[in-house]
Design a protein around this ligand. Structure first.
Ligand SMILES: O=C(O)[C@H](O)CO
Length: 339
């Protein structure tokens, strides 16, 4: 600690954060930890009272209720997430509270997970394990449990931001026939990565693998529903490493059950956590991981440290390493929902 009396108070929404990141904060801050698992909103609302900063590592919404509970002295919050769908960033900006987030850092980990799910779902990993468990392996024959290959396939990327581009980079080694991508605007990196910009409909109709890598917005919510599944190829493998609500889960269930598509690989679902009795878990052609794409040793440690630096820099009056928005100097007001 650089000073005997910490200058600031920071709430950390759980105590599992890397010690190396907490040490960055301890240089100048008293840390107030939430203890409950699963993370408890009431505890957050109580412990955030009077803090100067918040280290946000919980799926709970950071919204007006939390900002009001924290009080007018709150200067900043930083989330460990690259997505801002659980943060009311507009409200924070309106109140002049700085917000840090963790973009780019997890791109490689998430892109690798996407490729993993393409292979796991395309090659029937989950179904294969079930066959072993049910002693059906003995029924092997030359056309038993055949899967899909990435080689010579058309891969459609829905979203071509940081993660979509790393997926396209990793795919260069797989000998794909064509990478397609769709997003709001054609991206200059598309040509470099031999990826062709197409409309969503064309991507649906032509892709053998589709990877959802776009942010969740009001435009992308339920982007995949009955009509979209009907356009997809029966051999298509759908992967989602973005956010669950982009896919209508009832429609997905039907498409997988009826064989409208071959398989799905999901790292994100609705809801999260997915209940243990959810129908998707009973489908052999659905591989599901519990929102693990960014959870690798190096990525999480870097994310935790960047989050700590974001808070520390803001409290010391410096620009965050990765601010979600910039506030003009004069816009810095006290945290008040009523101003
Ligand atoms: O948004 C992100 O960074 C990830 O989904 C969190 O794990």
């Amino acid at each position: 600690m650089s000073s005997e009396v910490p200058k600031f108070k920071v709430m950390v929404t759980n105590h599992k954060v890397h010690p190396e990141a907490l040490d960055i904060l301890r240089e100048d801050c008293e840390l107030i930890f939430c203890d409950k698992f699963p993370s408890d909103r009431q505890e957050i609302l109580e412990k955030c009272r009077g803090v100067d900063g918040m280290f946000w590592t919980t799926p709970h919404l950071l919204d007006s209720e939390v900002l009001d509970a924290a009080g007018p002295q709150l200067k900043c919050a930083a989330t460990i997430s690259a997505g801002l769908d659980t943060i009311d960033a507009n409200e924070m900006k309106r109140r002049g509270i700085e917000l840090g987030y963790a973009p780019y850092i997890s791109n490689t980990a998430v892109a690798e997970h996407a490729i993993g799910l393409m292979i796991a779902a395309g090659k029937r990993f989950h179904q294969g394990r079930l066959k072993i468990k049910s002693s059906e392996w003995k029924n092997w024959h030359i056309r038993w449990m055949l899967g899909q290959e990435i080689r010579n396939s058309t891969v459609g990327l829905v979203g071509f931001g940081g993660i979509g581009q790393v997926i396209a980079e990793l795919l260069q080694g797989f000998g794909v026939k064509q990478i397609l991508y769709t997003c709001r605007h054609k991206n200059p990196r598309g040509d470099e990565l031999n990826a062709k910009y197409v409309q969503f409909d064309q991507l649906l109709c032509e892709s053998d693998f589709i990877v959802v890598a776009c942010p969740l917005t009001s435009d992308t919510e339920n982007m995949f529903s009955d009509a979209e599944f009907q356009k997809m190829k029966p051999n298509c493998v759908l992967v989602n490493i973005s956010r669950g609500p982009i896919i209508d889960h009832d429609a997905l269930y039907n498409a997988l059950k009826l064989g409208q598509i071959f398989a799905a690989g999901l790292d994100v679902t609705v809801p999260e956590p997915l209940p243990a009795n959810h129908p998707l878990l009973n489908l052999p052609n659905c591989v599901i991981t519990p929102h693990l794409a960014a959870s690798t040793y190096p990525t999480r440690e870097t994310v935790a440290k960047v989050t700590a630096h974001n808070i520390m820099r803001s409290l010391r009056g410096m620009e965050m390493l990765s601010p979600a928005f910039t506030l003009p100097q004069k816009e810095r007001i006290t945290n008040s929902g009523t101003e």
